[in-house]
Ligand binder design. Structure first.
Ligand code: PLP
Length: 267
C-alpha cells in the first residue's frame, strides 16, 4: 500500500474509517510497523494475509504477523499453498479481539449462550479440521517443493533473458510458500495477450488480480485516489501455472512460450 496515499486517506477520512485492509501480496512479508501505529491510534487494521500461511519474516525469522495487534487473516481455501478446501485462521496479539471473533463466529453467544453480539456460524467443521491436520504433516515438503519450482522458473527466466526484456517478477520479502508465480508482461503486451498465447499452446494461466478492485462493478462507485500503479499491474499481471508435480522441462516449455511473445513466426 502506498504510504503517502494511505496517510492522505487517513487525514481525509478521519473518523469515517471503519477498517484498513492491506494485502500481504501473494504471501510476501510486508512491513507491519506502520499498521501497528494505526492500530495504536484506534484505527482497526485487518491484514489480508490470505496467501501468507507459512511465510517467515526476513528480520525476526518469525511467522508473518506475529506480534501484530490488529487481525491477520490467513486463507486455507483450496487455491492456497495450505489448502484444506475451505476455512482459514485469524491471528492477533490482542486476546480480547480473538475472544470477540470467537463469539461472533459462534452465533454471537456469550459463554452462557446468550446472544451478546452480532454473529454467524463460522466454525471450521470437524472433517475440514482433520484434513488440515493431515495437510500440516506434509507442509514442510510442500514448502520445499514449491520453492524448487519457483527456482526452476527463476532459472529459466534468466536463461531466456526475459527479466532483461521487460518481464518482472514480484519482489518477495521473507521466505514464502509460493502459491502462484505472478509475473508482469512487458509494456507493449497486455496480460490478456499473454494468457491467449499460453492458451494457444495448451497452457492455462490466470490474471490474479485483474481487474483491480476499484475497476469492478461492485466497487466502481466508491471514491478513490489515482491508482496508476494498480492499473498498470492489472493490465500486465499473469499468474503462471504452479502445481506440485510441475517439473523443470514443463517450466522451460512455459517460459519458452513467454519468450516467443511478439515473435510470431511465419512459415
Ligand atoms: C484467496 C484469497 C482470499 C479469499 O480467501 P477465502 O478463504 O476464500 O475467504 C482473499 N484475499 C486474497 C488476497 C486471496 O488470495
Amino acid at each position: 500500500m502506498n504510504r503517502e496515499q494511505l496517510e492522505r486517506a487517513v487525514k481525509l477520512l478521519g473518523d469515517e474509517i471503519a477498517v484498513i485492509v492491506p494485502y500481504a501480496t501473494f504471501g510476501t512479508a510486508i512491513d507491519l510497523s506502520v499498521y501497528n501505529k494505526l492500530q495504536e491510534q484506534g484505527i482497526p487494521v485487518v491484514i489480508d494475509a490470505a496467501a501468507s500461511f507459512g511465510t517467515i519474516t526476513p528480520e525476526e525469522a518469525a511467522h508473518f504477523g506475529k506480534g501484530f495487534g490488529g487481525a491477520v487473516v490467513f486463507s486455507f481455501h483450496a487455491t492456497k499453498s495450505f489448502g484444506i478446501g475451505e476455512g482459514g485462521l485469524v491471528y492477533s496479539l490482542d486476546q480480547d479481539l480473538i475472544k470477540r471473533i470467537r463469539q461472533a463466529g459462534n452465533f454471537g453467544f456469550s459463554s452462557s449462550r446468550e446472544s451478546v453480539t452480532q454473529g454467524l456460524n463460522s466454525k471450521l467443521s470437524e472433517y475440514t479440521a482433520a484434513i488440515a491436520l493431515a495437510a500440516l504433516d506434509h507442509f514442510k515438503a510442500v514448502r520445499e517443493n514449491r520453492r524448487t519450482i519457483y527456482e526452476y522458473y527463476l532459472q529459466e527466466l534468466i536463461q531466456a533473458d526475459l527479466l532483461d526484456r521487460g518481464w518482472s517478477l514480484q519482489k518477495v520479502q521473507g521466505s514464502v510458500v509460493h502459491q502462484f508465480i505472478p509475473i508482469l508482461s512487458p509494456d507493449p503486451y497486455s496480460n490478456q495477450e499473454v494468457v491467449a498465447l499460453l492458451a494457444s499452446n495448451s497452457i492455462e494461466a490466470r490474471t490474479y488480480f485483474s481487474p483491480a478492485c476499484h475497476q469492478q462493478k461492485q466497487f466502481q462507485s466508491y471514491s478513490h485516489f489515482t491508482l496508476h500503479v494498480t492499473e498498470h499491474i492489472a493490465k500486465h499481471i499473469v499468474s503462471l501455472p504452479l502445481w506440485e508435480e510441475l517439473d523443470e522441462i514443463t517450466v522451460r516449455r512455459i517460459v519458452n512460450v513467454l519468450g516467443s511473445l511478439g515473435k510470431e513466426t511465419t512459415r
